[in-house]
Design a protein around this ligand. Structure first.
Ligand code: ADP
Length: 485
């Protein structure tokens, strides 16, 4: 599979690839080079309506299939995805910018959702509940929610699709998906694979577009759509969730994060610094679980920053297709401006610039929006970076003195997605874990994610969970049956 073989320039509706009703198109570009890599069909409200109608027609028949049938399609999609992993990873690097090895990891992670929900599809169990009446029995059964509207982001352009589509179709729902305008080709590649795996027409539909508003508005306006699942910015997610709520649609939203990374005085500073360097610069800092505030106990700051700086100095930025690259480009120029704003604000308020701090230019970086991996120390709560999600390769280090102080600082954010704790004291680890208002806690662990684990945030980081059994429950309604005997 390579670009010329993909159905570019078409939408996938009701099992067929075809142009948008208005015939308009848009381009996808490589963020490392600025080159156009493909032309796509720009769907609008009319196309979305057609896709929703197809999904609504297909839904009862899909739900009536046995769980074993639905599972078989997911197993086959998983097989195809593993078979195409190299091509998909290459495509992802070209379209989204992350280094090839990271892209390969994401493809595997994305495939894991197909496998996990192929398995879970067969485990949608009900219950029989004792009744207070001798002549009555209660049954509880689960039914698919119905037609699902899914909106996905550019930072994880493949796994965020499978994390939504796999549980939806496992549950017996049908889907209309709108991928991010920056990474539509990855979505086309995944939908081709789903179609080849044997999904019946209408079960999964794809609307690519560069104008998300009318597509989103149609999804929310349609009474046929019973659920919205969204991953993206808090600002957009809150707005869409609000509109969905006013129409009584079910909602799952996975939004921004502002992860604290806490290194207590008894931790190994070097081990913690290595972990911080890995997770902070994951996807060039463009992940909602990236640490955004690194709290280090005063007794360890010197040693921590020294190892952290060494590690960061070894990170090589460039085109992710080249060997040895671990920092790809930012998605666009706006992100670059945000990095500059966060650094200059912090430095003007007294932060120390330990490493990086500027845009990377020159032949190796072409037209790409590259920013040097950056460390700021002496960061304080008055600085913008302390409050605002950076979504880029800037690591702010904050010094702390005691446990209650650091827990209060960690929780002092409207976000609540991931958090990290480094300590060798199990009692401390557990106390702090219980006190943190975050949906995910990594204890001496920088990768607390897997298809089998419930991913999601508290507070303004979102509603609902993805992956795990919880991730399937998001696509199921509960039906109670009272039975007189
Ligand atoms: P980011 O800032 O990371 O790009 P966004 O929230 O803007 O995050 O984008 C995440 C997803 O939401 C993308 O698929 C984008 O197209 C979509 N999106 C953005 N605005 C709207 C909207 N008004 N209606 C529907 N989808 C939207």
């Amino acid at each position: 599979m390579w670009l010329p073989e993909l159905n570019l320039g078409t939408l996938f509706i009701d099992g067929g690839w075809g142009p948008s009703s208005a015939g308009t198109v848009f381009e996808s570009t490589n963020p490392a080079t600025g080159e156009t890599i493909g032309t796509l069909s720009a769907g609008d409200a009319t196309d979305t309506r057609r896709a929703i109608a197809a999904a609504a027609t297909a839904q009862p028949e899909w739900a009536a299939r046995t769980a074993y049938d639905r599972s078989a399609v997911l197993y086959e999609a998983h097989r195809l995805m593993r078979e195409r992993a190299d091509d998909l990873a290459h495509l992802m690097t070209v379209e989204q910018g992350k280094p090839l090895r990271a892209a390969r990891n994401e493809v595997n992670y994305g495939a894991d959702f197909l496998l996990w929900f192929a398995e879970e599809a067969k485990r949608v169990y009900g219950a029989m509940i004792p009744s207070p009446r001798a002549d009555q029995r209660f049954l509880v059964m689960h039914k698919p929610v119905g037609v699902v509207a899914a909106i996905t982001p550019w930072n994880y352009p493949i796994s965020m699709i499978t994390r939504k589509v796999a549980p939806a179709i496992a549950a017996g729902c049908t889907v209309v998906l709108k991928p991010a305008e920056q990474t539509p080709i990855c979505a086309v590649a995944i939908f081709e694979l789903l179609a080849e795996a044997g999904l019946p027409p209408g079960v999964a539909n794809l609307i690519t577009t560069e104008r998300p508003e009318p597509v989103g508005a149609e999804m929310l306006a349609s009474p046929l759509v019973r659920k919205l699942t969204f991953t993206g910015s808090t600002e957009v997610g809150k707005r869409l969730a609000g509109e969905a709520a006013s129409r009584m649609k079910r909602v799952s939203v996975e939004l921004g994060g502002h992860a604290p990374f806490i290194v207590f005085g008894d931790a190994d500073p070097s081990h913690a610094a290595k972990g911080a360097a890995l997770v902070k610069f994951l996807n060039t800092g463009q992940a909602c679980i990236c640490p955004n505030r690194i709290f280090v106990h005063r007794s360890l700051v010197g040693e921590f920053v020294a190892t952290f700086t060494e590690r960061v100095a070894a990170l090589k930025a460039g085109n992710g297709l080249e060997a040895g690259i671990s920092i790809g480009p930012l998605i666009d120029r706006t992100a670059l401006e945000k990095m500059n704003r966060h650094v200059s604000d912090a430095v003007s308020k007294g932060a120390t610039l330990v490493a990086g701090g500027e845009q990377l230019t020159g032949e190796a970086f072409g037209q790409g929006a590259f920013f040097a991996p950056t460390i700021l120390s002496n960061v304080t709560p008055e600085m913008t970076i302390y409050r605002e999600e950076t979504f880029g390769p800037i690591a702010p280090v904050i010094t702390f003195d005691d446990e209650s102080e650091v827990v209060a600082m960690a929780n002092d954010t409207s976000y609540g997605l991931a958090s990290y704790v480094y300590t060798r004291d199990i009692g401390l680890a557990l106390r702090v874990t219980e006190a943190l208002d975050f949906g995910i806690v990594g204890i001496n662990d920088i990768n607390p994610t897997a298809a089998a684990a419930p991913f999601g945030g508290m507070k303004e980081s979102g509603l609902g969970r993805e992956g795990a059994q919880e991730g399937l429950a998001e696509y199921l309604e509960t039906k109670l049956v009272g039975l007189s005997i």
